[in-house]
Design a protein around this ligand. Structure first.
Ligand SMILES: Cc1cc2nc3c(=O)[nH]c(=O)nc-3n(C[C@H](O)[C@H](O)[C@H](O)COP(=O)(O)OP(=O)(O)OC[C@H]3O[C@@H](n4cnc5c(N)ncnc54)[C@H](O)[C@@H]3O)c2cc1C
Length: 308
């Protein structure tokens, strides 16, 4: 892991830095390239604009590590309202939620019950709920809750991280559920005992796991989603899918708002099902640090905005 990435991921946990960043106009401007706005309405306006270009979307209200049930309940209510708004505007938009934002640390059972409520309301309003994957110490609880909800609702999917040594085994144990899995490389700082660190190794793991998911999809077992901007990996997976005679729209590619925008459009124009993950909300600091860590060159964006 590069030094810049290590520092940025460490900084993502600093409450003091979060306060400094939020109070400066130039950092707020830099964040805007990845975030259409802090309000739900701004995210839905962006989703509508993407829909006009044949791009689906997933929205997520930024926040994590909520410690009280009251805060978690407010997040649940916000998302229930968001599902109503998506339906009212007939948008091809899904939700992505973090379990620690829905109070995993304030009580596992209440958190699971809230995710079930979201899945039920998403089913009633024709939408879908993705469960994000956070740091490795949350993986067991996250998979456990996903299993519970998936037993009753088909419209719920799980994110898994290719950099974790355990993910190959997690996929094997989840496959009997015919799950929708969004495979990502992984965005957090993890110890070597738990995760691969070198880009080359992570990419190789991603390709191998992605092929495994496509092979299962070819047997009608689950829907693979590739959450990556890595066009070389997407192309390799597309060729593997073609080899398995999988129709292009039986798997999806998801990318982040503001990143590789032209690629998102051209993949969709080529017949692939593509969704853009749109983040919104005021609690953007840790999330934004992770985006900078993925590509430290993005620090130039911050610097340019500072002097503009
Ligand atoms: C839809 C979606 C959902 C995600 N959900 C999770 C999750 O739940 N848990 C989790 O741990 N991680 C999640 N991630 C983040 C993921 O783990 C990676 O950190 C992130 O996607 C960067 O890796 P990459 O696959 O794009 O490949 P990389 O090898 O990092 O990047 C490939 C190319 O994409 C471009 N690129 C990548 N990131 C950026 C950026 N920030 N700014 C500008 N250009 C960039 C660069 O040109 C780079 O060369 C998600 C990512 C996506 C797209």
């Amino acid at each position: 892991m590069s030094l810049a990435r290590t520092i940025l991921l460490g900084a993502s946990r600093s409450a003091w830095l979060a306060k400094q960043f939020r109070s400066h106009e130039f950092t707020r401007r830099a964040v805007k390239s990845f975030l259409p706005g802090e309000e739900l309405g701004a995210a839905l306006d962006a989703a509508a604009a993407l829909a006009a270009q044949d791009l689906g979307s997933v929205i997520t209200n930024l926040g994590e590590r909520v410690t009280t049930r009251g805060e978690a309940a407010a997040v649940r209510e916000h998302y229930l309202g968001a599902l109503d708004a998506i339906q009212a505007r007939s948008l091809p938009t899904q939700l992505s939620v973090k379990l620690t934002h829905l109070g995993l640390e304030a009580g596992r059972e209440a958190c699971a019950s809230d995710v079930a409520k979201l899945a039920a309301h998403a089913a009633a309003t024709g939408s879908f709920v993705w469960i994000d994957m956070e740091e490795s110490h949350y993986v067991d609880a996250t998979i456990g809750i996903f299993r519970e909800i998936r037993a009753s609702y088909a419209n719920v999917g799980l994110c898994l991280q290719a950099y974790l040594h355990r993910t190959a085994m997690d996929i094997e144990t989840l496959l009997p559920l015919q799950p929708s899995i969004r495979l990502v490389k992984g965005a957090y700082r993890e110890p070597a005992a738990r995760a691969l660190a070198r880009r080359h190794d992570i990419d190789a793991a991603y390709l191998s796991l992605g092929r495994r998911l496509l092979d299962q999809a070819a047997r009608g077992h689950g829907v693979p989603v590739f959450g990556t901007h890595d066009v070389r990996l997407i192309e390799a997976l597309r060729m593997h899918a073609n080899g398995r005679r999988l129709a292009p729209r039986t798997y999806e590619v998801h990318m982040l708002y503001g990143i590789a925008t032209a690629t998102q459009r051209s993949l969709a124009a080529g017949g692939m099902r593509v969704r853009t993950l749109i983040s919104y909300g005021t609690n953007w600091f840790p999330w934004y640090m992770r985006r900078l860590a993925e590509r430290p060159a993005n620090l130039w964006l911050v610097a340019q905005n500072a002097f503009r």
